[in-house]
Design a protein around this ligand. Structure first.
Ligand code: C2E
Ligand code: MG
Ligand code: MG
Length: 574
């Protein structure tokens, strides 16, 4: 029975057993082949009357792998290609059939732009210890039950059990068509720093979190459609309600926070009352734009897409056209946030954070405009303006006899890349008579990694006398090793790491980071510290400095002077 050419001489018993299995599939068989597992040759094995619309007729001597590769490439629906290739790898097939008599794979083909639901079934010929031939049946789904099951299989995301991206789009469109007069909302959720969950708890736990989220959101939006549209992005498309979107999202976020297997921060972008003339993918992009606008904003858990009139493009244009004027009219103001020693709790530093005060008196958060100005390069001017303003402020303080600890300034990647940065910044500081080590520069971790040019620039800045703080450490997860290689003085732990305090994995990671930083003779500061438990833990593991709402929020210049008084900070002493 080992050679397929002699297969036709197989015992009647074996033949009828195979036929039984084939018919039990309850589907429309198109082609039937034998495949020799040793030499990988495939040969037709036909059942009378069942070969009419054959899709795959191999020539003599064709190898199974080649035939399948071509079939998959030309016929199979793009989303199912990988699945089919994986399941029809002959070593895999052999392994599977040592455990069971047969197995099947559901997939889709595309013919003239139309989707067809198909099955490939592999059946072992002979007993499981010695078999080296298999039967491969190509069939199309016949029973509506099969079709439904198959449809479910191919439309479902393996991990979470909710719709795949493609299925989500198709289903949402169908819902729109079925209810032409109903308004719909779209929510896209995203886990803040999901990579961190995988690193801290392992990928299995990360999968648990995604499964939980899939189930939770599906349950929460039973009236709508829920799909996984990106690795940690889950979207819900549902009938607009009379209650506000804020309430709906608020409930979702609270439920997730309370029930998630590990503590995660979920953020949502909302596109309410969608424009139904748009493709669903564009609707998702709009929700994503809203989501991105709060990516670095800890205080806003969700944002709503605010309509085509003030869409991101318009906003960018508005920001850009107002930038120069705002700069001239002093609309960019500097706020200050204190940094305290973790043990003595004394004030040891201050961070300068920019705010945009519009003529109407509204303060726009840097999380909103900094990314826009980073894209078009205007940030270089803004950074310089902030640096100059801080130098001027420090000079004014000094002249009024107020001595303050070092005030750090944020520097964007674009500023680092800009020509003559070191010379320019040194000159400004000299102009105001500020020693360079009194005005440290905060550089975001993600902007420094792997970029030799930036590393060189950082070296130059340090040689000139500046202190460098690596900001947002842990948010980009460029690994602990960056502490080893970057020319820096202080490591600044990102709030997302601080938020994991109380979790075994998070505690361990923080401990190691502090140890490594100290080993490298670097100081370490934690940002976003909001409560006493966090402070106690950080102090316990030797974290040197603390910044966060626990001590103080960012405040304007006048309030800072008041703050000095409330903490009895001696401004006479330097
Ligand atoms: P960053 O440099 O990491 O600053 C820390 C951010 O965390 C600040 O947000 C601060 O207000 C907030 N924060 C501090 N402690 C806490 C806390 O306990 N809880 C919470 N929830 N938040 C806390 P802010 O001022 O909105 O600034 C956001 C980001 O904008 C900054 O992150 C920085 O990357 C950027 N940025 C601010 N000013 C400048 C600037 O002058 N130049 C550049 N290039 N970027 C700037
Ligand atoms: Mg900073
Ligand atoms: Mg930071």
């Amino acid at each position: 029975m080992s050679n397929p050419s002699t297969y036709r001489d197989a015992s009647l018993e074996e033949k009828s057993r195979l036929l039984e299995i084939i018919y039990a599939m309850g589907c429309d068989i198109k082609d039937l082949y034998t495949v020799n597992l040793k030499n990988r040759e495939i040969r037709p094995y036909r059942i009378a009357g069942e070969t009419a619309d054959s899709e795959t007729v191999p020539a003599e001597g064709v190898l199974f792998d080649d035939l399948m590769a071509q079939y998959v490439k030309n016929r199979v629906f793009s989303e199912d290609k990988d699945l089919l290739m994986r399941n029809l790898d002959l070593s895999f097939v052999h392994y599977e059939l040592t455990n069971k008599e047969s197995f099947h794979v559901n997939y889709r083909t595309v013919i003239d732009g139309e989707i067809h639901y198909r099955i490939i079934k592999c059946i072992r010929v002979g007993n499981k210890e010695t078999f080296d031939t298999i039967l491969v049946a190509f069939a199309s789904a016949r029973k509506s039950h099969d079709r439904k099951q198959m449809l479910r299989d191919v439309e479902t995301d393996d991990l979470t059990g909710i719709y795949t991206r493609q299925a989500f789009m198709l289903r949402a469109r169908k819902l729109l068509d079925e209810f032409p007069d109903s308004p719909f909302d779209l929510i896209v959720s995203d886990i803040d720093n999901f990579k961190l969950v995988n690193v801290l708890y392992g990928e299995a736990k990360g999968d648990d979190v995604l499964r939980f989220l899939g189930e939770w959101i599906k349950e929460d939006f039973r009236d709508g459609i829920v799909g996984r549209i990106g690795s940690d992005r889950i979207a819900a498309f549902y009938f607009s309600e009379t209650s506000s979107v804020a309430d709906r999202v608020g409930e979702l976020l609270a439920g997730v926070k309370k029930n998630s297997p590990v503590d995660i921060t979920l953020k949502c972008g909302v596109y309410a009352n969608v424009d139904r003339s748009l493709p669903v993918s564009v609707m998702c992009e709009r929700a994503l734009l809203a989501l991105k606008s709060i990516k670095h904003n800890y205080s806003l858990p969700y944002a709503e897409y605010d309509g085509p009139v003030s869409s991101r493009h318009m906003k960018v244009q508005m920001y850009e056209s107002r930038f120069e004027r705002s700069l001239k009219e002093g609309e960019f103001v500097i706020w200050y946030q204190p940094k305290h020693d973790s043990v003595t709790e004394q004030l040891v530093g201050i961070e300068a954070l920019v705010r945009w005060k519009t003529p109407s008196g509204k303060f726009v958060s840097p999380a909103e405009f900094v990314p826009v100005f980073e894209e078009d390069g205007l940030i270089v001017k803004l950074d310089e303006y902030v640096f100059r303003s801080v130098c001027a402020q420090m000079r004014d303080w000094r002249e009024s006899g107020i001595h303050v600890p070092p005030v750090s300034v944020n520097l964007s990647r674009a500023s680092l890349h800009s020509y003559g940065t070191v010379r320019k910044y040194r000159k400004i500081a000299e102009q105001y008579g500020i020693p360079l080590d009194r005005i440290p520069l905060e550089i975001t971790e993600s902007s420094t990694i792997m970029d030799e040019r930036i590393k060189n620039l950082m070296r130059e800045l340090r040689e000139a006398g500046f202190k460098l703080h690596m900001d947002d450490f842990g948010s980009g997860l460029s690994s602990l090793s960056s502490i080893n290689v970057l020319p820096i003085d202080v490591v600044k732990l990102d709030k997302s790491l601080v938020d994991y305090i109380g979790d075994d994995g998070g505690d361990e990671l923080l401990k190691h980071t502090v140890e490594l930083a100290h080993f490298k003779k670097l100081q370490i500061i934690a940002e976003g510290v909001e409560d006493e438990t966090q402070l106690d833990f950080l102090r316990g593991i030797g974290c040197d400095m603390i910044q966060g709402y626990y001590f103080a929020k960012p405040m304007c210049c006048d309030d800072l002077i008041e703050y000095f008084k409330t903490i009895n900070y001696d401004t006479d002493n330097e």
